[in-house]
Design a protein around this ligand. Structure first.
Ligand code: LLP
Length: 436
């Protein structure tokens, strides 16, 4: 997206709000009322906060192309909001490309980052490109380039490189140096030259990893430095590099006492490490845009005094919010039920979901007010990779997601939804019933 089309860019949109919205900043009565009306587990999302996050990014990176990594939160309202704020959309699959186009985002503001792309994805994206010829594809392997050519694609193609350095909040989300992603820096010039000959070369790309904090800044800086160097090498070879896309990964403070990422510092470090390039810097934040715009509400249904901890059994678990089980991720927990009046003792609380797996815990032995059956718990920073990673494991319907104003973003799945995809073979099935 060109600079003049960016309504959310720094100067004309100063209202970037506070650097972070903490779990305590959410209004208890509003959350209570939403849980009563829509039931739990329930994701609550605030598009106004998404706008603020976009504006702070725009202010810190006024000259960059900012692409929102849709995988963090794909609700149509979110894609429309971020696009309205001037961000383009970075998609990880044909499904996300479809969502972006369905949300009304024009192809010129859509990039598809192909990672070992299944044939179905390539077919669908190339077909979408025929109607939206300004759409950009990012390829991370020579094979992918071949497979695109075989399908008749000769449009905007960006090259994902493996910069040999990565970063992230957990080893499972460090991408930069992993052989899975991108072509080695040594092989990049040859492939870039080929792309420049056969396609519309749309620049270079790399992504260090996800959840980068101030501590990881050195690795981010090194990645950017290597990309800047590659861009200059390519330009010296007569290959114009339209965009140097340094990926996403900007972290958010999951712990209540962790400081907010200093965007200005990251932006300065990025520009300095990049050095002078002829093309334009691009970034691809996902988490930063949506994490603190969402909370998860869950109701305590069982309280058990175990010898080492008080177990609060709740109706959300690893199928609702996978991050704690998958990455040992910390999410703040607030017991709204304990804020009603009487003082409760603080005890070590383990919040446990309904899935028969030990990993199905939202926190372990966390100091919290002694829970009571019926309490409503709020889980913080659930806007990014929360709903998106929800599953129907254990045949558990996925939760609903509503805005703070009570608009439904995604309706709650029903038991009928859970079995709807089964081949209906026997007559005892109740597939048609809308039971919940
Ligand atoms: N660009 C690319 C190519 C990516 O693969 C990703 C994330 C992003 C941008 C955005 O990264 P972000 O700004 O959101 O950190 N499920 C994990 C995160 C996995 C991220 C994968 N790629 C989590 O919940 O922490």
């Amino acid at each position: 997206m060109s600079t003049d089309e960016r309504p959310g860019a720094a100067s004309d949109a100063p209202d970037g709000g506070p650097a972070v919205r903490r779990l305590d900043d959410w209004d208890r009565d509003t959350l209570d009322a939403l849980a009563d009306e829509h039931g739990t587990p329930l994701y609550v999302f605030d598009p106004a906060r998404v706008r603020e996050n976009c504006r702070r990014l725009g202010a810190a990176f006024p000259d960059a192309e900012i692409q929102y990594a849709a995988k963090a939160h794909t609700a149509r309202e979110t894609l429309r909001t971020v696009h309205d704020e001037g961000l383009a959309i970075e998609c990880a699959s044909a499904g996300e490309v479809r969502r972006a186009l369905d949300a009304g985002v024009p192809g010129r503001d859509v990039t598809y980052t192909a990672v070992n792309p299944p044939a179905r994805d390539l077919d669908a994206v190339v077909e979408a490109w025929r109607n939206e010829p300004d759409l950009t594809i990012t390829a991370g392997a020579a094979d992918t380039v071949d497979r695109l050519a075989e399908r008749g694609f000769d449009g905007r193609l960006r090259l994902r490189v493996n910069p040999g350095v990565g970063a992230g909040h957990h080893e499972k989300v460090v991408t930069g140096g992993h052989p899975k992603f991108g072509v080695g820096l040594d092989r990049a010039p040859e492939l870039a030259a080929r792309i420049d000959r056969e396609f519309a070369f749309a620049g270079i790309h790399a992504h260090a990893g996800s959840g980068i904090s101030g501590d990881d800044l050195e690795n981010h800086r090194e990645l950017v430095r290597r990309l800047g160097e590659l861009a200059r090498d390519l330009e010296a070879d007569g290959i114009p590099v339209e965009t140097v896309d340094v990926g996403g990964g900007f972290g958010v403070p999951y712990r209540e006492d962790a400081p907010a990422l200093d965007l200005a510092t990251v932006a300065d470090a990025t520009r300095e490490a990049l050095g002078a390039i002829e093309g334009r810097l691009a970034i691809e934040p996902g988490r930063y845009v949506v994490a603190d715009a969402g909370v998860l509400l869950t109701r305590v249904n069982t309280v058990k005094d175990a010898p080492s901890t008080v177990v609060a059994g709740v109706d959300a678990g690893m199928t609702t919010l996978l991050r704690p089980a998958m990455y040992d991720a910390y999410h703040a927990v607030r017991d709204l039920g304990a804020e009603g009046g009487e003082n409760r003792d603080t005890v070590g609380v383990t919040v446990a979901g309904p899935v028969c797996e030990t990993a199905d815990l939202l926190c372990e032995n966390r100091p919290l007010p002694a829970p009571e059956r019926g309490d409503l718990l709020a889980i913080g920073n659930a806007g990014a990779y929360g709903y998106e990673m929800a599953s129907t494991y254990n045949s558990r319907p996925r939760p609903a997601e509503v805005t703070v104003d009570g608009e439904t973003l995604r309706r709650r799945e029903t038991l009928a939804d859970v079995s709807r995809l089964d081949a209906a073979r026997d007559s005892n099935r109740r597939n048609d019933e809308e039971d919940t």
